[in-house]
Design a protein around this ligand. Structure first.
Ligand code: BG6
Length: 499
């Protein structure tokens, strides 16, 4: 196991050791759209060698050729496939990809699998969540999680539970069979370069850290706005909703990056400890405030990017009387010395006016009205905008004097765009995560306590929403429901514009 985390590697990225990647759910979308293309990208970058093989497990009828053809269809035509057609990365990997048909619930599936693997193995659970616990139990019973011959690691996709109790139950089921050190709970937001960059920006620059506290920061907004609708995912989404889909996992990970204390090293556990501490300090609304501090919305017919969008309740596989939210906004407090009194507002939604994932750190106003006698009545506060996607970058907005005799101030910005400095290339976002699993670096993975802290903070809102009521309608293509604006207006604040 490596001591230094991904962030501490200082550019040394060794090739992963010989290993087998076993993908449960290999005939599904995740495997063909993201996982296998990521491995191909890693091969192309020389980080994965010819000694990596893939075994796809699924209940579908088929053989090696069926799986290869299924992957081929997507990988060969994707960005991952194209550059490799010369170097033969995908062709080579395809020959090392085999199929294992089996029912995830049957011990025989695992007993047969055990005869096909040896040495280092990573098991990727890219299945429906109801199988997570069962697969881990069966793997353990078949003895294949024993690390005598090589590493044995288990990667678990989201959603990890659907509330606090189910997440706790899943953690205890898994941890009864395999130690935390072998578990890699995925949050794909942590595979994004710009998310990892938050730590480097915060802890590599004295400039930001010096003002990173409740003395200077007024509040923080974390937004993940999407233009996409539920599309073909109606069945999953209607049972899940915007809050469960995005908040306790993805947006809480961003919150942790912004809110954590400096770790005392780049060791994976040092970083995860600091993140876990700040997540444990997040206070969701008290039960009596939950309805007021949590806003839910649902899109109704409108237009997004020139395309007509139907009512959410008319979407495929969505119940006509659904009460599921497609938009969620919450107000949270972080009870630490650094953040006392600084609200964190989180929002996410589908079918909104623009795709925009960003963190806005808004600073306090200047302490006295120096400009009282000028034309400037309302001085905009300084903001630091960390743009996660699209157009990844960082902007610092501040005031400058407009040329002329009068002292007029105008907001200007200093902008850093990732693409101007670093080629980001075509990446799926899973390359770093898969690489880290194969080299044994847990920094970018969720620990049991982090997952549970996210659910614990959100549970009062989930309870309040379960108790009754309906999401507030918002037109597709808008910025969300009026209630979200009211949430901030009550505190005398406004949301940063989406887009
Ligand atoms: C997934 C959610 O985890 O994240 C989706 O289930 C959402 O509903 C997606 O669209 C957003 O991820 P990204 O990387 O496109 O911002």
């Amino acid at each position: 196991m490596s001591d230094a985390s991904a962030l501490g590697k200082r550019g040394e990225t060794p090739t992963v050791p010989p290993s087998t990647l076993v993908i449960f759910g290999a005939m599904g979308d995740l495997a063909k759209r993201l996982l296998v293309p990521s491995i191909v990208n890693l091969c192309r970058d020389g980080l994965v060698g010819d000694d990596l093989r893939i075994i796809g497990v699924s209940y579908h009828d088929g053989d090696d050729d069926t799986l290869r053809a299924n992957l081929d269809e997507f990988v060969a035509g994707s960005d991952a496939g194209k550059p490799c057609s010369d170097g033969g990365c995908w062709d080579g990997l395809k020959g090392r990809t085999t199929y294992h048909k089996g029912d995830f619930t049957q011990p025989a599936t695992y007993e047969e699998l055990a005869t096909k693997i040896d040495g280092n193995v990573a098991f990727y659970l890219a299945t429906a969540p109801q199988f997570f616990g069962t697969i881990v139990e069966r793997l353990a019973d078949a003895g294949v999680l024993d690390e005598a011959e090589g590493f044995r690691r288990v990667l678990i996709e989201k959603p990890f539970g659907h509330d606090l109790a189910s997440a706790q139950a899943l953690n205890s089921c898994i941890l009864a069979r395999v130690p935390e050190s072998q578990i890699y709970r995925i949050d794909h937001f942590l595979g994004k370069e710009t998310v990892q960059n938050i730590l480097v920006s915060r802890f590599g620059n004295a400039l930001f850290e010096a003002v990173w506290n409740n003395r200077y920061i007024d509040h923080v907004q974390i937004t993940a706005a999407e233009t996409v609708t539920v599309g073909a995912r109606g069945k999953f989404y209607d049972a899940t909703g915007a809050l469960r889909d995005m908040l306790p996992n993805h947006l809480f990970q961003l919150l942790a990056m912004i809110g954590m204390e400096p770790p005392n090293s780049f060791d994976a556990e040092a970083i995860r400890n600091e993140k876990a501490k700040v997540l444990a300090a997040v206070r969701g609304p008290r039960p009596e405030d939950a309805a007021e501090h949590g806003v839910r919305g649902r899109y109704v017919a409108g237009t997004v990017g020139g395309k007509a969008v139907p009512d959410y309740r008319a979407e495929d596989q969505v119940a006509p009387d659904s009460r599921t939210e497609t938009y969620a906004a919450v107000r949270l407090e972080v009870e630490t010395w650094r953040w006392a009194g600084v609200p964190f507002y989180l929002r996410t939604g589908k079918a909104l006016s623009a795709r925009d994932t960003e963190i806005v750190v808004q600073f306090k106003p200047v302490p006295f009205a120096l400009f009282r006698d000028t034309d400037v009545s309302q001085l905009p506060p300084n903001t630091l905008v960390l743009q996660v996607q699209p157009d990844e970058g960082i902007s610092l907005n501040f005031l400058a004097k407009q040329p002329g005799q009068a002292v007029n101030a105008k907001e200007v910005s200093m902008d850093f765009r990732y693409a101007d400095h670093f080629p980001l290339g075509h990446r799926t976002g899973y390359e770093t995560l898969l690489y880290d699993v194969l080299v044994g670096d847990q920094t970018l993975f969720q620990r049991a306590d982090m997952i549970e802290a996210g659910w614990a903070a959100m549970q009062p809102v989930l309870d309040a929403w379960n108790a009754g009521g309906e999401p507030e309608d918002y037109p597709a293509g808008s910025d969300g429901p009026d209630g979200a604006r009211a949430l901030l207006a009550r505190d005398g604040r406004t949301w940063h514009a989406i887009g």
